[in-house]
Design a protein around this ligand. Structure first.
Ligand code: FE2
Length: 128
């Protein structure tokens, strides 16, 4: 009988995050999900969110190793998805958002076909 693996020992199980932003491994540097947006947001006012995958080096885009989607959430609320192919894309998503509810965190998920799902977070403050 096969013994089940621990999820944290398998990149394809669960969601991966960078353990220490000051000391990233080369795998983390290629997969870190970086969100750029204003920290202070007014409810119902549009603002731009940019999500990039990779710090100092964008995640590679090759026929056999690529990102196939980037998702944006406000806390647990789904906001947007960018679908990517390995043919002519870069791992960058830009979207204009208007939030109508109180949220604390923008969360972005990027899925690599080899290294699984990676999450980045950014704290936000929403006012009237
Ligand atoms: Fe990858």
């Amino acid at each position: 009988m096969n013994k089940p693996m621990q999820c944290e020992d398998d990149l394809l199980c669960g969601v991966n995050t960078v353990a220490d932003m000051e000391n990233m491994t080369s795998l983390e540097k290629e997969h870190v999900v970086v969100i750029s947006a204003p920290e202070h947001i007014r409810a119902n006012e549009p603002f731009d969110v940019t999500i990039e995958v990779g710090e100092h080096m964008s995640h590679r885009i090759e026929p056999t190793h690529y990102l196939d989607f980037i998702d944006l959430y406000a806390d647990d609320t789904y906001i947007a998805r960018l679908g990517l192919t390995p043919l002519a894309t870069s791992p960058i998503m830009r979207v204009r958002v208007s939030l109508t509810h109180i949220h604390d965190t923008l969360r972005a998920f990027a899925h690599c076909n080899i290294h699984g799902t990676w999450e980045g977070r950014m704290q936000i403050h929403i006012s009237e």
